[in-house]
Design a binder for this molecule. Structure first.
Ligand SMILES: Nc1nc2c(c(=O)[nH]1)N[C@H]1C(S)=C(S)[C@@H](COP(=O)(O)OP(=O)(O)OC[C@H]3O[C@@H](n4cnc5c(=O)[nH]c(N)nc54)[C@H](O)[C@@H]3O)O[C@H]1N2
Ligand SMILES: Nc1nc2c(c(=O)[nH]1)N[C@H]1C(S)=C(S)[C@@H](COP(=O)(O)OP(=O)(O)OC[C@H]3O[C@@H](n4cnc5c(=O)[nH]c(N)nc54)[C@H](O)[C@@H]3O)O[C@H]1N2
Ligand SMILES: [Mo]
Length: 762
């Protein structure tokens, strides 16, 4: 796409609307394969089509009503582009040359076509035969002193069947080193939910949004990241549901929204209000805000009675009194200082909660990427439990997942800390001992490579070098490896950060046909945010004849590494129904997997919470009585002159490290990603003006220089002490050890920085 001129403006229209349609047209043209793309789009999330490779939001009951989503279009056209990265391309460009390109230029080269091996002598990637590539991986893994020296990373696009084979390969080889993108994403949700309710998944179904009387959303930007959720919210709002949004930034999508599927609204410009109440807490301030709401709820129950669901609490929960004592002991001054919200604002939100008989709480990265994220998730659950809002229609927990199959991958055992029940079941079925020692998550994997303890990195999708924190530390860690392997669809930074040996293994994408030897097309499956499991089959011709499916590659490696005595790898690759037979035999809830996934909407894995069953230690839902953190980062930095808290987030034109373009339409940014959003008060405090150029400097006490240069200051409506900029450009600023308590997730929404005035970078 030709770069639009740089422009900063105020976006005054509702979200979606005409802007979305125009953007869709532009992306279709840019992909250079418009006609087939349109055909592909019509199969998106249809019973006989493929699952959208975009987000993990649930599909509607009547899948025949084509759901329009700008970001689904971008994700599909990005995969069906006519551009190709061929062996000739790699002859033309050295790795050192490509390292100077930005993320957009790298991925915009198009689809990878052939397996490639890095040659350090020439600094170029060169062709390698598939057989040799698989053999090389097997040989290097065999050469390690210990299985725990290998790392097997998964990005959340991998389908259930790939995930199953990957974890099986790793465990039969002898390690639980299965870090995944969840470690950087919803880990705190899984941890908090499991502690409190005995299961790590959300409890609501899509239908619950039709019956909710109030929906609270915390720290998420659905207009950009879950556009189909925005439609759900808008419908709920139309039906009189109260929507309370907690977001540090005023996000257009959450405020107002025009639905591209409603013609009248489009014609009239649409004014659809989404949120009834929009509160902007300071970064990391949500736990305090919820505690404030709880104070009001308790007070009102004392005064009027009947506000709390006393029967539910008595029957199904424990620990209320402990939490109540902590809530009452927390002074308003502490709540206001930490949340950045006034008592009046918090009271107004609490009133909505008190009036509602069925409330859903939804949340995403604004909650999960702070130091006290697990405690905040527990606070959200406490809040819901007060009025029995778990296990009744129209109510429950909704951690809004990111990648389209990130939840399913965990279900399939992509987890560095598997429980004994799962490992016992694997042992029972395969009749082989499974490794019991817990493995590395993403952050500890980087430490292990840095310290020379892990020497082979195998990535199933994703962009490990770019998505993780402390980019330079991570890159140096990867470079120490004997071998780095990436199964990918497109070129990215991780391919350029090579171990002594490095492989790029190109895979068939979600929208493409994956054919069996007999010519029939393979079915894969995924699980959405609501625990619905359904099938997906691509329709496009693969981008190159040489592409292999993830499963074909993994079984090719497994065969050479482990032999075929325990598992007949060729049989699994030949027909994915055989993989599903294994899953059905091992995992509860997957009985009759092959038949049930072929039903129109697939099937629901269920959630014990929906039946008010809580498989915790006590069999009850547990209140948590953790005190508020004494001070969160914005409070600590208020005492350090010149410092400010930065959140690193997504623009409208990106999918994680995949940059589709340089527009962030709803925030009024065009033609650049090098911006930092700052409040007017902070601009005065830090001595910068709108349009100034600055470098961002992070914590450097440990001797590591953390900086990101050349950002333009943009004045924005956000609380004092809180700034925002895009990820992944800002990942070099996040210290590796800055992680959440218990979740070990990088604190991507709480980054300490100061500004240094600079010149514009050319
Ligand atoms: N188009 C598109 N869709 C995507 C993705 C993408 O990159 N592009 N990524 C996918 C993935 S993997 C994920 S995990 C999800 C991510 O979905 P989101 O969680 O929506 O992603 P972020 O852009 O990180 O946005 C964080 C939001 O939380 C707010 N926020 C930040 N800190 C705080 C806080 O402390 N308190 C409160 N109340 N708000 C805060 C920010 O202002 C921002 O609106 O989206 C998925 N869908
Ligand atoms: N600072 C900061 N850092 C963050 C975040 C943040 O908010 N702030 N968010 C975190 C979150 S929530 C997440 S989920 C992670 C994301 O981390 P990852 O999942 O590792 O990164 P992605 O950018 O989604 O990976 C993109 C690459 O995946 C490959 N790919 C795409 N489709 C397929 C496919 O079908 N198969 C295979 N094999 N490969 C494919 C392509 O080559 C593409 O270049 O980033 C985390 N990092
Ligand atoms: Mo994510």
């Amino acid at each position: 796409m030709s770069l639009p001129k740089e422009r900063i403006f105020e976006y005054t229209h509702p979200a979606a609307g005409w802007g979305a349609l125009i953007s869709v047209g532009r992306h279709l043209r840019h992909s250079r394969a418009p006609l087939s793309n349109v055909r592909a789009l019509l199969k998106l999330n249809q019973p006989d089509g493929f699952d959208c490779p975009g987000c993990a939001w649930g599909d509607p009951e009547h899948a025949s009503s084509f759901e329009f989503c700008e970001n689904g279009v971008k994700a599909v056209t990005w995969e069906t582009t006519a551009k190709r990265v061929t062996p000739r391309f790699f002859k033309r460009w050295s790795v050192t040359e490509m390292k100077t390109w930005d993320d957009y230029r790298l991925e915009d080269q198009g689809r990878l076509t052939s397996p490639m091996r890095y040659n350090p002598e020439t600094d170029h990637y060169e062709s390698i035969r598939w057989e040799d590539a698989c053999q090389l991986v097997a040989d290097r893994l065999k050469a390690l002193d210990h299985s725990d020296q290998a790392l097997f990373y998964t990005s959340g696009k991998a389908c259930n069947e790939s995930a199953w084979v990957f974890q099986l390969l790793a465990r039969l080889y002898g390690t639980n080193n299965l870090p995944d993108c969840s470690n950087m994403c919803h880990e705190a949700s899984g941890t908090g939910l499991s502690e409190a309710l005995g299961t790590g998944k959300g409890s609501v179904l899509l239908e619950d949004f039709e019956r909710a009387e109030a929906i609270f959303t915390f720290g998420q930007n659905p207009g950009t990241n879950h556009p189909r959720m925005l439609g759900t919210l808008r419908e709920a709002a139309d039906n009189g549901c109260q929507i309370v949004a907690f977001n540090t930034l005023k996000e257009r999508g959450l405020e107002r929204f025009a639905d591209p599927q409603r013609k009248l609204e489009m014609a009239t410009g649409g004014s659809g209000r989404v949120s009834s109440l929009y509160l902007c807490p300071a970064l990391g301030g949500d736990m305090a805000a919820i505690r404030g709401m709880a104070k009001i709820v308790f007070e009102r129950d004392d005064r009027d009675g009947n506000v709390l669901d006393h029967d539910f609490i008595a029957q199904h929960t424990d620990g209320l009194e402990g939490w109540r004592a902590v809530v009452e002991a927390t002074p308003w001054a502490a709540i206001e200082a930490q949340s950045g919200l006034s008592r009046e604002e918090i009271t107004e939100a609490a009133e909505v909660y008190i009036r509602s008989n069925a409330t859903i709480c939804a949340w995403a990265m604004g909650i999960t990427q702070h130091e006290h994220s697990v405690a905040t998730v527990r606070e959200i659950i406490n809040f819901l439990l007060l009025k029995g809002n778990i296990g009744k229609p129209g109510a429950g927990t909704c951690p809004v997942r990111g990648h389209s199959n990130v939840q399913g991958d965990r279900t399939m055992g992509i987890y560095e800390k598997p429980d004994d029940a799962f490992l016992d079941a694997l042992e029972g079925f395969y009749n082989v001992a499974m490794p019991r020692r817990h493995g590395h998550d993403t952050v500890s994997a980087i430490r292990a490579m840095r310290d020379g303890q892990c020497r082979v990195f195998v990535g199933l999708g994703g962009n490990f070098a770019r998505a993780t924190s402390d980019s330079h530390v991570c890159e140096a860690a990867l470079e120490r490896c004997d071998l780095t392997v990436h199964m990918s669809t497109r070129l990215n930074r991780s391919h350029l950060v090579t171990g002594r040996d490095a492989l790029i293994l190109p895979v068939i994408g979600r929208v493409e046909v994956d054919r069996r030897a007999d010519g029939k097309s393979q079915l894969i499956t995924v699980e959405d945010s609501m625990s619905m499991v359904h099938g997906s089959a691509g329709i496009h011709k693969p981008a190159s004849k040489e592409l292999r499916s993830e499963i074909a590659i993994l079984t090719g490696i497994a065969k050479r590494l482990l032999g075929s005595d325990v598992v007949d790898w060729d049989a699994l690759a030949g027909d994915y129904d055989r993989i599903r037979d294994h899953v059905a035999a091992v995992l509860p809830g997957f009985e009759d997997f092959n038949a049930r996934v072929r039903q129109e909407r697939g099937f629901w894995l269920g959630n014990p919470g929906a039946q008010r069953e809580f498989p915790t230690e006590t069999g009850l839902a547990r209140f948590c009585s953790e005190p508020l953190p004494e001070a969160v980062l914005h409070q600590k930095l208020a005492r350090r002159e010149g410092w400010i808290t930065l959140q690193t987030m997504r623009s409208h034109d990106q999918y994680n490290t995949t940059i589709y373009g340089y527009n962030d339409r709803y925030r009024g940014v065009e033609g650049t990603r090098q911006v930092i959003f700052i409040s007017p008060a902070d601009m005065v405090r830090l001595g910068v003006a709108d349009g100034d150029w600055v470098n961002l400097i992070g914590e450097c006490e440990d001797g590591i220089e953390r900086r990101a240069d050349g950002f333009r200051v943009v004045k924005y409506d956000t609380p004092t002490g809180c700034a925002a900029a895009y990820y992944p450009e800002t990942n070099p600023l996040i210290p590796l050890d800055s992680v959440g308590i218990k979740s070990n997730t990088p604190n991507s929404k709480s980054v300490a920085i100061r500004l240094e005035k600079s010149q514009r970078l050319v």
